[in-house]
Design a protein around this ligand. Structure first.
Ligand code: COA
Length: 167
């Protein structure tokens, strides 16, 4: 198994795999059937959406795992500055491993390599977006030494019409 930088040539494979992982999660938590969700809404999901993918690739911190020419895992990450009093924070946006290849160490190695890269580029800390009810993800982060608690981030969606604009 090889871990290498994500490239534009991986777009289709990574898009399919990220949507597969998102779909898995949604089917656990949402009542809607995946097929009934509006296409434009699904198109915007994930870091591999058409507006974000190139940005992550060009940032140089996103990686894929490859087995015999096939993408088996991905991680999207970027450096963000001056958050939580940290000058350079490695922000892990999303990651996933194909169900067939899970629990073989791919997720761990992807995250470890991404952290090493971030450190080389001056990161002082790593922030990874996790759902507290996602046990495999939580356990993987803990195995790598991440501190986890019940911390959540409050979100205001400025695209939401119900959120009032300037007064
Ligand atoms: C979370 C995920 C990326 C882990 O990838 P993976 O390649 O299967 O994980 P690894 O084989 O590297 O496992 C590393 C460690 O994570 C923990 N872990 C992984 N899967 C687990 C499971 N099903 N149950 C409990 N612990 C688990 C274990 O501590 C494991 O170490 P061990 O095998 O020595 O016990 C994978 O389950 C996945 O793609 N899930 C769907 C998408 C997702 O949830 N993404 C995370 C968003 S933050």
């Amino acid at each position: 198994m090889d871990i290498r930088p994500m490239g534009m040539k991986d777009l289709v494979a990574v898009r399919d795999l990220e949507l597969l992982c998102i779909r898995e999660y949604f089917e656990k938590i949402m009542e809607n059937r995946w097929e009934e969700l509006p296409t434009d809404w699904v198109d915007n999901l994930g870091a591999s959406n058409s507006r974000s993918y190139r940005y992550y690739v060009e940032g140089g911190l996103s990686l894929v795992a490859e087995e015999e020419g096939m993408v088996t895992g991905f991680i999207f990450a970027q450096m963000v500055n001056h958050v939580y009093n940290v000058e350079n924070m490695l922000w892990v946006e999303n990651m996933g491993v194909h169900p067939y290849y899970r629990r073989t160490g791919i997720g761990y190695r992807l995250l470890q390599r991404c952290i090493d890269l971030g450190r080389e580029k001056g990161a002082g800390a790593v922030h990874s977006a996790i759902q507290p009810d996602n046990l495999p993800s939580l356990m993987m982060h803990r195995k790598l030494g991440f501190f986890t608690d019940s911390r959540e981030v409050a979100l205001l969606d400025l695209q939401d019409k119900k959120v009032s604009g300037p007064r």
